[in-house]
Ligand binder design. Structure first.
Ligand code: NAI
Ligand code: MG
Length: 357
């Protein structure tokens, strides 16, 4: 049966453009090898566009990113010429909030022991999944710069959570755990110091967990949990956390299994079905333009996008090819994984491993 899908591609800045370009090679390869065609259109908004036009995303643009669109593939946004990242917030945070992409899904697997800074027996088999609340918390831009009571300048950013937003991300974590045969869901917070939000999350977590009584639960403070993620990552299963803590845990977990070059993510609204897929990493200005960015995180993100498009056959095949590439001692790796290969060499090797039968 012929299937056609339409996606939007937003490469963004720096290595966002480079790794997304590699993902497009994989889409093209599958388009040419099968009847499952993914059509794509570019939405080329980046730092250059912002510097020229003074904006990056208008409310009126959003319709074109969603009408008749089955998914969005994103690279990364961030440019040293715009140090306060206002264009990044206007693009990515605005998309997450206006499209209400409240689930930030970050799977972190130790596909091979070779890339972890930890001893092999500590990391082997680690398979953590983080559900980060993606629309509220400290990211709502509620706050300001004021005159402080001591006469100096002061600044505040207020974290905000409603039971509605907390409930839906907790429920999503449990439902995913059930659907994927997972054993345990941990809530990670700082409820001993950030008490109001902490109590809200813990109360809702306990209430919702009763509906899933065969799933074990834990409530943990972020500081000790970070320590555990490094010392015993294999003990971590499914995690649900706030916008800020989920972000930090995602990068920490990436570091544990081999770095930002290999971990994907999805931003999803399960009700509307709108979803945006992106590597966890940023635009990496330190290596941008050198042709050495690792495309693996973007290719795993592409696999999640194929799953979302209900072309999970390809999601599985891309994932299997990337896994095999990472596990093959003889394959050529980019410098972040200790090799000397360039970005496109990696994609070439991975494409040769994708089963197109
Ligand atoms: P980053 O993730 O861009 O880079 C951190 C370090 O990891 C750098 O040394 C970089 O070279 C390395 N790295 C990241 N991805 C890599 C890859 N695929 N292959 C090889 N090495 C890789 O984080 P950083 O430096 O904090 O931020 C840079 C810019 O990106 C900033 O403007 C930041 O605001 C933005 N950013 C954007 C994100 C997004 O678009 N979702 C997420 C995180 C940061
Ligand atoms: Mg991050």
């Amino acid at each position: 049966m012929n299937t056609e899908r339409k996606i939007i591609i937003i490469p963004g800045d720096g290595i966002g453009k480079e790794v997304t370009n590699e993902a497009v090679k994989v889409i093209e390869h599958i388009n040419h090898s099968s009847c499952d065609v993914v059509n794509y259109e570019y939405f080329n908004r980046d730092a250059d566009f912002y510097l020229e036009h003074g904006y990056i995303l208008k409310d009126s643009d959003i319709k074109s990113l969603t009408d008749g669109v089955d998914g969005i593939l994103f690279g990364a946004i961030g440019d040293p010429r715009i140090p306060n990242m206002e264009h990044g917030r206007e693009l990515l945070l605005k998309l997450r909030q206006s499209l209400d992409l409240y689930v930030n899904f970050r799977p972190i697997r130790a596909v091979s022991n070779c890339y972890s800074p930890l001893k092999e027996n500590r990391v082997e088999g680690a398979d953590m999944v983080i559900f980060r609340e993606n629309t509220q918390g400290l990211y709502t831009q509620v706050g300001g710069s004021v005159a402080g009571v001591d006469g100096t300048q002061a600044a505040m950013d207020t974290a905000y959570y409603s039971t509605h937003s907390v409930d839906r991300i907790i429920r999503e974590a449990f439902e995913w755990a059930v659907a994927n045969d997972r054993r345990r869901v941990d809530l990670v917070d700082k409820a001993n110091a950030v008490t109001n939000i902490g109590q809200l999350w813990r109360t809702r977590f306990r209430k919702i967990s009763k509906e899933f009584n065969h799933i074990e639960t834990g409530e943990h403070y972020i500081d000790a949990y970070c320590q555990r993620m490094v010392s015993d990552p294999r003990s971590i299963d499914v995690v649900v956390s706030s916008n800020l803590f989920g972000d930090i845990l995602g990068d920490l977990g990436a570091g544990v299994v081999g770095g930002l070059g290999i971990t994907p993510s999805a931003n999803i609204n399960p009700q509307s079905g709108i979803a945006l897929f992106e590597p966890v990493h940023g635009s990496a200005p330190d290596i941008a333009g050198k042709g050495i960015a690792n495309p693996v995180a973007s290719l795993y993100s592409l696999a999640l996008l194929y799953d979302h498009l209900r072309l999970d056959k390809w999601g599985k095949r891309i994932t299997a090819a990337v896994d095999e590439y990472l596990q093959m001692a003889s394959s050529h790796k980019t410098p972040d994984l200790g090799g000397e290969a360039g970005t496109s060499d990696v994609t070439e090797q991975i494409i040769s491993l994708i089963d197109v039968s």
